[in-house]
Design a protein around this ligand. Structure first.
Ligand code: LCS
Length: 393
């Protein structure tokens, strides 16, 4: 395709596609661990960075590169580095910017292990951390210390759906020359482009919306500048966080339909959120598309749509929530999110169960919180399923 094109869905389909000698419409899977050099000097030049020939799949591979190119293009970043999982992507950022005597400021509601790994593992290597409610940017400003070297956010956050004002946090962070990373998993680049607000790194668990079919685990970090890219890439290579070419190929295939999958699931989620909010057994609903969301106006400014993730609580608390989750028939009682199928889970006993009860409650992850990832099924069927499950709650 020679013509310049900018539309999201056009880029999702075409960006980065390898032009191979056979003219295949789909980028081939380079299922190889290593690459032959033309001669010894060529090998030496590849290692010296004077020739961009491929060397070894942990370092780089055309199928993985194809995916990296496409995601960087969709996020409008300088470049991206794919990883074996979302957690490998999170750790790529932590290892590049944290170390002995350094300090992390992060939102208090993050995917459980993104916080847990800091408090249980990085602490052993002398990393300090402060988790604050970043939905109030002032709390981030107050937590900054002279040794703060990274600000790490999720917006909307898993699972509280809290929305952080990226422009406000970036302004504070950059005054102190501190890089900001945003986990954009809940939105994908289709609904939010954090580089528009000046952040420095964007990461995704591509297990979720980007792949979208619940058949692989994968992650990626996108860097706004070459300087940041050059800090991240060696971590992936040296820690062995690399993807597998087949995993990259499946993810690239899923990415092609990202926009239309989200359009459909989001249309469903808007109706499901309204259904839940009006249900007598439901006490509260947190969904960026409902005016009752505490950061509704900010969400409308910062996001291109409210997304497909909904958190809610029942009047009957945890026990009622459990009865509901045990009664769903169409939705799957399973963790993960952002796929074509509707999923329901209980963060306090599942995805966020490794956090201390105190930390969970301070972040707003109450025992009664139920999290729903709305899929692309027929919305009448999703609502009928939730309705019959709520009857048993
Ligand atoms: N970041 C966010 C926001 C996530 O939700 C997850 C996984 C990760 C990073 C880690 O990605 P992974 O290594 O699993 O690809 N979130 C999950 C969840 O909420 N339920 O199951 C996994």
């Amino acid at each position: 395709m020679n013509q310049e094109y900018e539309g999201f869905n056009s880029l999702a389909v075409h960006a980065g596609t390898i032009n191979d000698a056979q003219g295949s419409a789909v980028a081939p899977i380079y299922q190889t661990s290593t690459f032959r050099f033309n001669d010894a000097d060529h090998g030496a030049r590849c290692f010296a960075g004077e020739d961009n020939g491929y060397i070894y799949t942990r370092i780089g591979n055309p199928t993985i590169g194809d995916l990296e190119h496409a995601v960087a293009r969709l996020e409008n970043g300088y470049g991206s580095i794919a990883a074996s999982s979302g957690m490998a992507a999170v750790n790529m950022v932590y290892l590049a910017f944290l170390g002995q005597g350094k300090h992390l400021v992060a939102h208090n509601s993050l995917y459980g292990p993104s916080r847990g790994v800091i408090e249980s593992m990085y602490v052993r290597f002398g990393v300090e951390s402060t988790f604050v409610d970043a939905t109030n940017a002032e709390n981030v400003a107050k937590a900054i210390r002279p040794n703060t070297s990274l600000i790490y956010l999720e917006t909307p956050a898993n699972p509280t759906m809290g929305i952080t004002d990226l422009e406000a946090v970036v302004k504070i962070a950059h005054k102190h020359q501190i890089p900001v990373c945003v986990d954009n998993t809940f939105c994908s680049p289709y609904l939010q482009q954090p580089f528009d607000f000046g952040v420095d790194m964007v990461l995704h668990s591509m297990t979720k919306f980007i792949n979208g079919h619940a058949d692989i685990v994968a992650g990626i970090v996108v860097a706004r500048t070459r300087e940041i890219y050059d800090k991240l890439r060696p971590v992936m290579v040296n820690m062995g966080f690399n993807m597998d070419p087949h995993q990259a190929w499946l993810t690239r295939r899923g990415l092609k339909t990202l926009g239309i999958r989200i359009d459909r699931a989001q249309e469903n989620a808007i109706k499901v959120a309204a259904f839940l909010e009006n249900h007598p057994k439901v006490q509260w609903v947190l969904y960026p598309g409902l005016p009752s969301h505490p950061q509704y106006e900010l969400g409308k400014r910062q996001m291109k749509g409210p997304g497909t993730m909904i958190s809610f609580g029942l009047h009957g608390g945890l026990e009622a929530g459990k009865r509901m989750m045990n009664s769903v028939q169409l939705a799957l009682l399973a963790v993960s999110l952002g796929g074509i199928e509707t999923l329901i889970q209980h963060p306090a006993s599942m995805t966020h169960s490794k956090l201390s009860k105190e930390a969970r409650l301070a972040a707003g992850i109450t025992d009664g919180l139920v999290r729903l990832s709305v899929g692309i099924e027929n919305v009448e069927d999703i609502i009928a399923d939730l309705s019959q499950a709520l009857e048993k709650a």
